[in-house]
Design a protein around this ligand. Structure first.
Ligand code: FES
Length: 110
């Protein structure tokens, strides 16, 4: 089954979007980011304390826009790999969530 997560237009303002959905009775929280023209998805769970990264809606980037940021304890993550490059979980990685672009939509298969 293909699930529409959001539209590309949804990413225009913040370049990122949190998406929460039910998958077979389980709550799933992910986020999708647009960076250098590519779309990536990650599970919204920091490897440090397994908390959501964002403290505001759809805010996942640091002030430079070059890293993903966990707002809880300031862990910085490489946008392309999800690896923590600075902070309490340095060396660990976000869990990638496979997404695809289909026409105007960002989708995932489940
Ligand atoms: S929960 Fe993300 S840095 Fe602590």
């Amino acid at each position: 089954m293909t699930r529409i997560l959001c539209t590309l237009e949804d990413l225009d303002q913040t370049e990122a979007k949190e998406i929460v959905f039910d998958d077979k009775g389980e709550r799933v929280s992910i986020f999708v980011v647009k960076y250098e023209g590519a779309i990536r998805g990650y599970v919204n769970s920091c490897p440090h304390a397994r908390l959501p990264l964002n403290w505001r809606d759809d805010q996942f980037f640091d002030v430079t826009g070059l890293y993903l940021l966990c707002a809880n304890h300031s862990a910085y993550f490489d946008i392309q790999t999800g690896q923590c490059v600075r902070g309490p979980c340095k060396g660990k990685s976000l869990t990638a969530y496979p997404v695809a672009v289909e026409g105007p939509n960002v989708t995932a298969s489940s």
